[in-house]
Design a protein around this ligand. Structure first.
Ligand SMILES: *Cc1c(COP(=O)(O)O)cnc(C)c1O
Length: 476
C-alpha cells in the first residue's frame, strides 16, 4: 500500500531523488506530509461479505491485525503485525478488549476505554508505540517524541511509549492546571525513557514551546524529534477494527449497523467512514458535538466557521478545528489535491469554509450532525443511569444522546462509541447521578504511587536541556 498527501505535492521522505516510496512505515514515522497535507492510502482496500464473515468469532487482536493488514501492506509482515496487536491489547482491562453493551432495544454502546489510561486513545496508541519500535529497529534509528497536553492525550502517549526500546518521550503539561488523576496518570509512569515537565505557564505556553522545539532545526535533528498526534494515519488505521468487531457481533455483513461517535478532531468517526468505504454495511454515521459544534454547523448549514473554544463537560471534544476533516474534504473533492490545499489555506486565512452545494449535499448523505450542550449532557447521564443503571462519561453521553436523537430506522441497530471511563470524570458523574465512580481495581492505587516530574519555567532553553538529559540517559 502506498500513501499520497491530501495536498498533492510528492514529498520524497525516504529515498531522496528516487521514485518516492511512501509506505506505511514512512507515513507512521513522518506523521504529517512535507507539504503540510495529511497522508491517505492511494486506494481503499475492499472486503467482500465472505472476507468479513471470515473475521467472525476471532479474538479482537486478530480482527485488528487482519483489518489493518491491507493498510500496512508490505511494510510489516502479517505475523509481526499480529504479534504487535496481540501484545498491545493483552493488557486491556476487559477480555473482549472493546465490549458491546446493550442499553435499550436497538441501541448499544461499545466501550473503548478499557486500556491503560481509560480513554479510547489507547485503542490506537498501544499499537502505535509498538509499531514505532518495530520500524525504528528495522532502520536502526531512535526518535524522541515531545508533546503538549492539557490532560488526556499526554497520558495515552506516555503509556504507549513507556519501556519501548527505540523511543524517548517528553510530555509538557501546564503546572497545577491538570486534574490530579490526569497528572498522576502521566507522572507515575517511571520507565527510564519517559519524562514529564510541568511548565510554569498555560497549556498554550506548552504548545508554543513544543512548536518552538520543532522549529529549532538543529535541535530537531540532534534528538530526532517526532510526534504521535491525531493526524498520524496509523492512528486512524488502528481505530477501524473496533467498528468491524461490533458490526460483526450485530450481524454484519448480513445486517446493517449505524454508528454514533462523540467527535473532536474527527479521527474516530473518520475511521468509521473508512470501515464503510471498505465495504462494511454501515447505514448511518452520527457525529456528536458539545457546544463546540463546528462540525454540526457545517453539516446543518454548510458553515464551517472557527469560533473561540468554550470549555465544556467533555474537554476532549473542545476543539476549534477538526484536523482530520481535511481527509474527508479530500475525498469529497474527488481527491483533487490542488482544490483541497486551496480550500484549507483559505479556511486558515479567513476562518471560514463553505463548499460547493453538491459537495455539501454529499457530506450530508454520509454524516448526520448532532449538538448537545452541558445541561443536555448532564441530563443524558442522569437519564441513562436511571433507565438502566449505566454510567456514561460526558463524552460517551453525547454520543448516546446523538444515537437516540437520530436513529437509522428500519430496525438497524446503532452503536454509540463510549470513549472514556466514567471514573475519569468523577465530579460530573456525581453531580448528574449522585454516584462517584471508582477507578478500576488495577488503577485503584494511583494516588499512592510515586510521581516523577520537573517543574520548569516557560523557557525554551530549559526545556531543550531537559529533553537532552532524557535522551542522553537512554542513548549511551
Ligand atoms: C479524543 C477523544 C474524543 C474525540 O475523538 P476524535 O478522534 O478527536 O474525534 C472523544 N472522547 C474522548 C474521551 C477522547 O479522548
Amino acid at each position: 500500500m502506498r500513501y499520497i498527501s491530501t495536498r498533492g505535492h510528492s514529498p520524497d521522505i525516504s529515498t531522496r531523488g528516487q521514485a518516492p516510496a511512501r509506505d506505511f512505515a514512512d507515513v507512521l514515522l513522518a506523521g504529517l506530509a512535507e507539504d503540510g497535507g495529511l497522508f491517505m492510502p492511494e486506494t481503499w482496500p475492499h472486503f467482500s461479505p465472505a472476507d468479513w464473515r471470515a473475521l467472525r468469532g476471532l479474538p479482537y487482536a486478530d480482527v485488528a491485525a487482519r483489518v489493518m493488514q491491507p493498510f500496512v501492506g508490505g511494510a510489516i509482515p502479517f505475523e509481526v503485525l499480529q504479534g504487535i496487536c496481540r501484545d498491545a491489547y493483552a493488557g486491556f482491562g476487559h477480555p473482549a478488549v472493546a465490549p458491546l453493551v446493550q442499553l435499550e432495544t436497538g441501541l448499544f454502546t461499545q466501550e473503548l476505554f478499557h486500556g491503560p489510561t481509560l480513554a479510547f486513545k489507547d485503542m490506537a496508541m498501544q499499537v502505535l508505540g509498538r509499531l514505532f519500535d518495530h520500524v525504528l529497529a528495522q532502520r536502526d534509528k531512535r526518535v524522541t517524541i515531545v508533546g503538549a497536553t492539557s490532560g488526556d492525550t499526554g497520558s495515552a502517549a506516555i503509556e504507549a511509549c513507556a519501556g519501548r526500546d527505540r523511543v524517548d518521550i517528553m510530555i509538557l503539561h501546564p503546572h497545577g492546571r491538570t486534574s490530579e488523576v490526569q497528572r498522576r496518570q502521566m507522572t507515575t509512569v517511571l520507565a527510564p525513557n519517559v519524562g514529564n515537565i510541568a511548565v510554569q505557564g498555560t497549556f498554550d505556553d506548552c504548545q508554543d514551546l513544543v512548536k518552538a522545539l520543532f522549529a529549532d532545526a538543529g535541535f530537531r535533528d540532534e534528538v530526532r524529534l517526532s510526534a504521535v498526534n491525531s493526524i498520524n494515519w496509523a492512528r486512524i488505521a488502528a481505530q477501524i477494527p473496533y467498528y468491524v468487531a461490533s458490526a460483526l457481533a450485530l450481524g454484519a455483513p448480513d445486517r446493517e449497523v449505524a454508528f454514533s461517535v462523540p467527535t473532536g478532531n474527527f479521527g474516530n468517526v473518520l475511521a468509521a467512514w473508512v470501515a464503510r468505504r471498505m465495504g462494511l454495511p454501515v447505514a448511518r454515521l452520527v457525529v456528536g458535538s458539545n457546544r463546540n459544534d463546528i462540525l454540526a454547523r457545517f453539516l446543518a448549514a454548510n458553515d464551517m466557521s472557527m469560533q473561540p473554544v468554550e470549555p465544556s463537560l467533555s474537554p476532549s471534544m473542545d476543539i476549534q478545528v477538526s484536523s482530520n476533516f481535511e481527509r474527508l474534504l479530500f475525498e469529497l473533492l474527488d481527491r483533487d489535491a490542488d482544490l483541497t490545499r486551496q480550500t484549507m489555506l483559505d479556511f486558515r486565512r479567513t476562518g471560514r469554509m463553505t463548499v460547493a452545494a453538491p459537495v455539501w449535499h454529499h457530506a450530508r448523505t454520509l454524516f448526520h450532525g448532532f449538538r448537545l450542550d452541558d445541561p443536555g449532557t448532564e441530563a443524558e447521564i442522569r437519564r441513562l443511569h436511571a433507565a438502566c443503571g449505566y454510567l456514561a462519561d460526558p463524552h460517551s453521553a453525547v454520543g448516546i444522546a446523538a444515537a437516540r436523537a437520530l436513529p437509522a430506522g428500519g430496525g438497524v441497530p446503532t452503536v454509540a462509541m463510549a470513549t472514556a471511563h466514567p471514573a475519569k470524570f468523577p465530579d460530573a458523574m456525581e453531580i448528574a447521578t449522585g454516584h462517584r465512580p471508582a477507578l478500576p481495581p488495577r488503577m485503584a492505587d494511583l494516588f499512592g504511587r510515586e510521581e516523577r516530574f520537573s517543574v520548569l519555567p516557560n523557557d525554551l532553553g530549559a526545556i531543550e536541556a531537559a529533553v537532552r538529559a532524557l535522551v542522553g540517559r537512554n542513548r549511551v
